[in-house]
Structures are given as structure tokens and as C-alpha cells.
Design a protein around this ligand. Structure first.
Ligand SMILES: Cc1ncc(COP(=O)(O)O)c(C=O)c1O
Length: 356
């Protein structure tokens, strides 16, 4: 049970009401009138399920990292979801859809391959709903994510990576291992790269962005893992305004969407090493390539200059967002995503600074 203190209730409520800025003037009254409807459902200041805390995250205007002659940059704080990443949204959507049409039976097993964030989110949903879960992942991804999945009750199978990074061979190996586990043990394989059920959760995220920005979105920028979040959000935003610049971000070392060769990189969660099935090029205007090193440096800057402690893929998003903000100039608004929390990467080269 989550107790709603004045502080967290107001934060969530004002986030729902609009963009958060220091001194934004969103008063208690307007916050109350637009509070998250599910959060105070029993009128007792309690929340009945942690699943109700997924989504309705704040949209924050960056203050220090954006030069004056650039467009403003709004960033969706997805680290506020229960497991610290936007993947809680899609995991809930995939499980919900499978429950609904009978692909997942009561108490049935869930199986998935994952770079970690989807696995953590699925393990979380399965813990709440009482499904056993088998996760296939790799030493290429942070130990924090692997430990988090185990803590939530997942059974892990670890596939060794060749270079400690993500590449096509590793992705294909993870997929095949998950397929074999499902074949052997039965249950429901969510198969995220091919799972269109996840799109609904990002359609609603796009609605949040549109409402929170009061319809002020000139560009939307997001990295591509499965491609689900870029596509789902873009589909919603383009429905409101077909002129929005939609920008995909991919690792510079493995720029397959740009038609280049794949190779190993360390931006966890994006850059599968091949053109993913959910990739829909006709709705994406541009593709930005960002190297692992540049993304890591930008994530560290975000922490130091804005107090936002995020993962490497968010650093990549920010590099592309700043480039677009410079191009569009001061009257425009660029929206991107803080995909997850830096807490997931403390032991990795992204943040590790002291030996233990
Ligand atoms: C940390 C991180 N960033 C970005 C993404 C990309 O999201 P999507 O799979 O919706 O393309 C993922 C996906 O797993 C991720 O884990």
C-alpha cells in the first residue's frame, strides 16, 4: 500500500495537470482538480494496487543544459514508474492483452528475452499478478537489472556475450533461447520485438505528452530498441499534428536503420543489430546516430547539470534533442524521454567511479 504524502501526491497531481517547471504556478487547486483519478479512488489517501502507479509521469522542462537560442526541451520522466523505466507500461499492456484473449492462463508461465528493463518490468507485473516468469538475458547488460529481476522472483537464463556489448548475434541468441524455453516449459512468450500489444501503452503515453505540453510539440525524439515507444508515441502525436519532426535515435556503432553495418555497442536497450519488426519508417522523419561514448558523457552531464540521473539511452536521446532544438530555434518545443533511472547502471562504465 502506498501512502500518499502531500509531497508525492502534489508532484504526481501537478504532473498530470501539465509541464512541471520551477515556479510553474500550478496551484494546489488545479492540481486537485486534475489529480490522477485512480490514485485517490477510495478517497482514503491510499492506492489499491501498485499497478495503478504506472504512467502519468511528469513532463519536465530542462533548464540548464539547453542554450538560450535553442528550442525548449521537455523530457518525460519515465524513471518515475514503479521499476524505474517506461517498460512498466508495455509490460502491463502485453500481459493484459494476453490475459484478455486467453494466451496467458491463470497462473501460467511467462517467458521473455530482454536487455533487462523489459525483464524487470515483466517480473514486476508477474510478481503482482502471480505468474511464474522465465527471463533470458545476458552479461552484456547491467548486474543491477539482473539482480532486480531475481529480487522480483524471475528465473534467469544468462547468455554470454562475446564482447560485453550488444550485437545482432546476441539478440538472435537471446530470442532463440527464449523460444526453446517456451517450447520446453510451455506458457506465454511475450516476444517483445514482435508484440504489437505494447503499442497501446505508448499511444496513451503520447496522449499524456500532448495534454501536458498543451499541444506544443514540434519534435519528438526517442531511441529504438523494439521500436515500440517511438512508434506508439509518434502515432498519437502525428494524429494531432502531422508536421511534428519525429526522430529515431540509434547507436553510431550499429546504425542499421541508417543502412550501415551492425556491430557491438553499449547503449543498453537500443540498437538490436538489425531492422526490428515494429520499425515503421514512413512515420519517422529523421534518424540520428549517437556513439556509446557521447551518450554516456551526456547522461553524466544530465545528472550534474539538471539533477536527472538517467541511463545511457537517455543521454543518446538528449544529444539528438539538443541538435533538433538548435535547428528549430527558441520558439519551438522538442520532447524526448528519460527512459529510465541511472540507478540501473551504477556498476557499469556509465557511472562506476569508485572501486568497492
Ligand atoms: C533503456 C532503454 N532505452 C530505450 C529502449 C527503447 O525502447 P523500445 O523498445 O520501445 O524501442 C529500451 C528498450 O528496451 C531500453 O531498455
Amino acid at each position: 500500500m502506498v501512502k500518499i504524502t502531500r509531497r508525492n501526491w502534489l508532484t504526481k497531481a501537478s504532473a498530470f495537470a501539465g509541464t512541471l517547471t520551477v515556479g510553474s504556478g500550478i496551484g494546489i487547486k488545479s492540481a486537485i482538480s486534475q489529480q490522477r483519478p485512480n490514485q485517490l479512488s477510495d478517497n482514503m489517501g491510499t492506492t489499491s494496487s501498485i499497478l495503478e502507479l504506472i504512467g502519468n509521469t511528469p513532463l519536465l522542462q530542462l533548464r540548464n543544459i539547453v542554450p538560450k537560442d535553442h528550442a525548449r526541451i521537455l523530457i518525460k520522466i519515465e524513471a518515475e514508474n514503479p521499476t524505474g523505466s517506461m517498460k512498466d507500461r508495455m509490460a502491463l499492456a502485453m500481459i493484459g492483452a494476453a490475459e484478455k484473449d486467453g494466451r496467458l492462463k491463470k497462473g501460467g508461465r511467462v517467458v521473455e528475452y530482454t536487455g533487462g528493463s523489459t525483464g524487470v518490468a515483466l517480473s514486476f507485473i508477474c510478481s503482482v499478478k502471480g505468474y511464474p516468469i522465465d527471463i533470458v538475458t545476458s552479461d552484456a547488460f547491467s548486474s543491477e537489472k539482473r539482480n532486480h529481476m531475481v529480487a522480483l522472483g524471475a528465473n534467469l537464463t544468462i547468455v554470454k556475450s562475446k564482447f560485453g556489448g550488444m550485437d545482432e548475434a546476441l539478440t538472435r541468441n537471446l530470442i532463440e533461447t527464449a523460444r526453446l524455453i517456451q517450447e520446453e516449459k510451455g506458457g506465454y512468450w511475450t516476444n517483445q520485438l514482435n508484440n504489437e500489444d505494447q503499442l497501446d501503452s505508448y499511444h496513451s503515453m503520447g496522449e499524456e505528452i500532448w495534454q501536458q505540453s498543451n499541444g506544443n510539440v514540434d519534435a519528438f525524439i526517442q531511441g529504438v530498441g523494439t521500436g515500440g515507444s517511438l512508434r506508439g508515441n509518434s502515432e498519437t502525436l502525428l494524429k494531432y499534428n502531422p508536421n511534428i519532426h519525429t526522430v529515431a535515435v540509434e547507436p553510431g556503432e550499429s546504425a542499421v536503420l541508417s543502412g550501415e553495418e551492425e556491430s557491438s555497442h553499449k547503449i543498453e536497450g537500443i540498437g538490436a543489430g538489425f531492422v526490428v519488426p515494429l520499425w515503421k519508417p514512413e512515420i519517422i522523419r529523421e534518424i540520428e546516430k549517437v556513439s556509446t561514448n557521447d551518450a554516456m558523457i551526456m547522461a553524466r552531464r544530465l545528472a550534474k547539470e539538471e539533477g536527472l540521473f538517467a541511463g545511457t539511452s537517455t543521454g543518446a536521446n538528449l544529444i539528438a534533442a539538443l541538435k533538433k532544438a538548435k535547428e528549430l530555434g527558441p520558439n519551438a518545443t522538442v520532447v524526448t524521454i528519460m527512459v529510465d533511472s541511472g540507478m540501473k547502471y551504477l556498476s557499469t562504465p556509465q557511472y562506476k567511479s569508485v572501486e568497492n
